[in-house]
Design a protein around this ligand. Sequence first.
Ligand code: SAH
Length: 212
Amino acid sequence: MTSQRARDRLARRLQELGIRDPRVLEVMRSTPRHLFVDEALAHRAYENTALPIGFGQTISQPYIVARMTEALLEDGVPELVLEVGTGSGYQAAVLAQLVGRVVSLERVRPLQRRAREVLSSMRLHNVSLRHTDGTQGWPEHAPYDGILLTAAPRQLPEALLLQLKVGGRLLAPVGGENETQSLVRITRTSKAFVKDELGPVSFVPLLPGEVP
Ligand code: SAH
């Protein structure tokens, strides 16, 4: 079930769940999510669920990818976005079709390699991937208009907040592995970091160090 019908059904489901931004719905409809999962799971790629991608990690649920992307785009399209947790590369692919440029960090080398292959097969050349522990961000390209974490820290690392441009937004699941995590949006103003809570979520934890 990797057909256009399955993709259209997913887009309709996302709309029912409250995704409104037509740009986001269109990209969710057209992105070939089955390329980002193992062939054995391709028939489930257009279900609204997280799926395993190896190394104890998951490709995020489409609704959550759409929700975070929509929240990131709400006040204008960001030019440069940092993602921490490339995983399968799916969220990066969605972003790359909507923003100027994406920089994405992944601590597990084999996942990063596979993501690179899929993204280049899709000819998405505005994504830079790096194998590193992303807890400290990627200061070389900072400041960012948007930062997205797709793995949950217990608390937001200060280094990431400081890499946000004034006017920029950070979206992240925050909370421990066995606690309820909350999807948090931080907007940096000239004077402060303003926090909104967007609801409960469930992500894999942000872990320290690199896996070769
Ligand atoms: N955005 C991904 C979601 C992958 S799950 C997708 O669309 O498929 C989260 C990913 O974050 C995992 O691949 C995990 O290895 C990675 N991760 C966890 N801690 C990290 C860290 N400190 N730095 C970089 N990546 C990290």
